[in-house]
Ligand binder design. Sequence first.
Ligand SMILES: [Fe+2]
Length: 376
Amino acid sequence: MRHEHTILFVDDEVNILKALERLMRTEDMNVLHASRASEALELLDKHPTQVVVTDQRMPEMSGVDLLSHVRERHPDIVRMMLTGYTEINVAVDAINRGEIYRLITKPWNDDELRATVRQAFDHADLKAEIKRLNQVTREQNFKLQDMNRNLEDKVRDRTKQLAEKHQQLRTAYVQTIRALAEAVDAKDAYTRGHSERVGVYASKIAREMGFAKDLLERVYIAGLLHDVGKIGIRDSVITKPDRLSLEEYEEIKRHSEIGAKILEPVDFLRDVVPCVRHHHEWYDGSDRGYPERLQGDRIPLPSRIILVADTVEAMTSDRPYRQALSLEVVVSEIHKYSGTQFDPRCAEAFLRLLEREGEAFIKKDQKFDIYAFIQD
Ligand SMILES: [Fe+2]
């Protein structure tokens, strides 16, 4: 086959076949011919062909029947019929049923027939191109779907990994801070677990007051770290069982500022620093508070909460000079200093909690997970 395009003529009259072949000799196409329908179908099975032109009236099988076979077996082939005026109704009917692309009437005009055949090849090429493009589109769609699926899987995996890493980091963060708080408490046998409990009590009071979730974490961390500045105070002063001298008391009072200084360089504790610095201010702004004698709302709210939690924890723990105080004493002390030492809202929130939870509120060794608590 020399040319890219192939046409098959089918006619039982040899003269017509010869005439058609002659007519196409100058055209850029291979020309096949068959004088019977069965021969035509065999040729089509063997040679890739784009256009078939058949006579209608043939002995073995009519042209219309042949073309419907062609349509079934080679749906892409463009089908045309060559017919006399007498069979035109059959041909028109076949066109209407979609069996035939064009009708050529005998006798034909040579130029017209050549033009029609060229059109038929253009039509075949166009159909082939559309088919190819559809195929390409389908393949690309499949590829895209595949890539999308892979991408979604990857994003899901990565998101999960990130969430796990995030949780690990948060846990490590809290564990590190607790270790630091325990190191402070370890300076004095009587204050073991003090910072952790202040963190827990403060978180509960904050939640009772309706704090937002991210603020609860800050209150807990500030509670854990409120006395971190005691690292910078002499052990002999911290553990002194007797009454402190004035100078010793002044030294102890420096712990809130030392704590703030220790935490200041830590970026992710920036919000905690003021809470630590002001956890001994009095609500009424009196000179019993320190270090700045801030008053009322100028004291960070977490600091005011920590002051209540700190006081409650200290009163309900044994000290070298006294046993733990009873809850009645605690309640009356908190009442007594509400409005002077304590912000009344913090004091009330604590008293509500105590009324609800009773002794359980001050139980030592409570299991506490701040992130589970926040989610509750
Ligand atoms: Fe303190």
